[in-house]
Write a protein that binds this ligand. Structure first.
Ligand code: BDR
Length: 324
């Protein structure tokens, strides 16, 4: 199984992603770290523990990290994710507490232990990149334990938080810029699972209802209710699995088509702050001759996806995890 850690701001679709990472037999979920984003940090931590309880994975260590972006005040997305950050489902919250210590320390220790055992972990951030920026700046040697980073965030086209910017990058652009730079410096491959592919894996309200019927109080039931919440909220008969698609891209990389392109995070633009500027110019396979020095961060940008394949992967994993 592929060793993975998730960094989350749970979050309806982070919850979908956690269920998949906790249950998929091809993934070995080693730790989960939390950051303020979709909801305030305390809600994110509670939601994360609740999801892992539902998945029968209280063994996975969870730590709280940054409660705000590096520079700006936090702005959450409860208007999208509900007052409690996870769809206001009235689902019994976990009574557990996170482990002591900061998320960055849990990441450092998990990556160090992996490296010592001759392994490398795939890091999957599904949230503002604050914790990951703090990790790579504070403990750059952690890179020795990182296979690659596959993050949900950014867009090669339109935004969602603003016309230009995707929420996770817009929430903490400085952190994103640090992560992009640091990965280039440290030689860590970076894959961007952005809005260009994010909406394509869709699960129907009917399939969601079947999950709930199969196991109302377990992982399948929770996953089904999270999809149903989104269908109701957007008055649609299907909803994206959202962040869970980035986990699919690790479990089943062939479902995502990427191009390796220079990408920069816009920090200064009045209407474009937080934009991931993806350079689609024809580099003819040579990214080394840029006189303006703007191309030295290259990213595998997800530009094509087999949405039904990833939706099926998510559904099948939750169905298999149902307690019948
Ligand atoms: C992102 O925004 C949030 O609502 C989701 O959790 C996802 O990480 C998409 O922009």
């Amino acid at each position: 199984a592929v060793p993975v850690v998730l960094d989350v701001d749970t979050g309806v679709d982070d919850a979908c992603a956690l269920l998949l990472a906790a249950l998929h037999p091809g993934l070995d979920l080693r730790a989960v770290t939390c950051v303020g984003g979709n909801a305030p940090l305390a809600d994110v931590v509670r939601n994360t523990l609740t999801v892992l309880d539902a998945a029968g994975r209280p063994d996975v260590p969870v730590a709280a990290g940054a409660d705000r972006p590096l520079l700006e005040d936090p702005v959450d997305a409860r208007h999208v994710h509900g007052e409690d950050g996870m769809g206001d489902l009235d689902w019994a919250p976990s009574t557990r507490a996170p482990i002591p210590g900061h998320a960055v320390e849990l990441l450092r220790d998990t990556l160090r232990d992996a490296a010592a055992a001759g392994e490398r972990v795939t890091v999957i951030p599904l949230a503002p990149l604050t914790n990951i920026a703090l990790l790579l700046r504070t403990y750059p040697l952690a890179a020795e334990g990182i296979e690659r980073i596959v993050f949900m965030g950014g867009s090669a086209a339109i935004g969602n938080a603003t016309a230009s910017a995707e929420f996770n990058i817009f929430h903490d652009p400085e952190a994103a810029a640090i992560v992009f730079d640091a990965t280039a410096d440290l030689g860590i491959p970076l894959t961007m699972y952005g809005l260009d592919v994010f909406y394509e894996p869709q699960v129907s309200a009917l399939d969601a209802a079947e999950l709930v019927a199969a196991d109302p109080t377990g992982a399948a039931g929770l996953g089904g209710r999270l999809i149903a919440f989104q269908c109701e909220r957007f008055d649609a008969d299907a909803a994206t699995i959202g962040d869970a698609g980035a986990v699919c891209a690790v479990a089943d990389p062939d479902g995502l088509q990427t191009r390796t392109l220079p990408v920069r995070v816009e920090l200064a633009g009045r209407y474009t702050r937080g934009r991931t500027v993806v350079d689609h110019r024809d580099w003819s396979g040579d990214l080394t001759h840029d006189p303006h020095g703007q191309s030295d961060v290259v990213v595998d940008v997800g530009l094509g996806i087999d949405g039904p394949r990833y939706a099926r992967l998510w559904l099948d994993t939750l169905r298999a995890g149902a307690r019948t």
